[in-house]
Design a protein around this ligand. Structure first.
Ligand SMILES: [Zn+2]
Ligand SMILES: [Zn+2]
Length: 177
């Protein structure tokens, strides 16, 4: 997803708002959740500053997961925001020369464009939950019948009888008749 910036670089400190289509593919996923593939609207603000571009990206993506408590499949939207500074390759080279090893990971532009996708995808995947929940207070499944508490009446419970008590109950029942 190459964002053209030649014009933007000629107007330092002027924010440029862009609306783009973000193509989310199958591989936007973790072991526990995945984004629903498709085209999503993406809002970008790109501002040239000090030779680089400051980027603010914002979008809302739907993800699907299985609730870690009640095992129900659910789909919800999640807001993704990214703020990043894309510097020049020359500056990265200079910083590496000075011994700044972190510079290797600085995202760069090439004077014409930069690729937003790798950082955006990374940010989106970080927003996926490790323990997906269909609702923040999902009560999970009843340990006795395995039904989700959501689908059960509020007073749902299983009568647990002590076997000795049960025998006693039968005894009284018999003596009454
Ligand atoms: Zn649940
Ligand atoms: Zn139950």
């Amino acid at each position: 997803m190459l964002i053209p910036i030649a014009q933007i670089l000629r107007e330092p400190q002027v924010p440029h708002d862009l609306e783009l289509d973000l193509d989310v593919t199958e591989d936007w996923r973790t072991e526990y959740a995945h984004f629903v593939p498709g085209i999503y609207p993406l809002d970008l603000t790109v501002t040239a500053s000090d030779g680089g571009v400051l980027v603010h990206a914002q979008t809302e993506l739907d993800y699907q997961a299985e609730c870690s408590r009640c095992v129900t499949e659910f789909e919800v939207p999640v807001e993704i925001e990214l703020s990043e500074y894309y510097t020049t390759e020359a500056r990265v080279a200079a910083a590496l020369e000075e011994g700044d090893e972190d510079a290797e990971n600085w995202p760069t532009h090439n004077g014409e464009s930069f690729d937003l996708l790798p950082r955006l995808r990374e940010e989106a995947i970080l927003a996926l939950p490790l323990l997906p929940l269909c609702e923040p207070d999902c009560e999970g499944l009843c340990a006795d019948c395995g039904e989700p508490y959501r689908d059960l009446p509020e007073d749902h419970e299983h009568e647990v009888l002590d076997p000795r008590m049960a025998a006693l109950k039968d005894f009284f029942k018999d003596s009454e008749s």
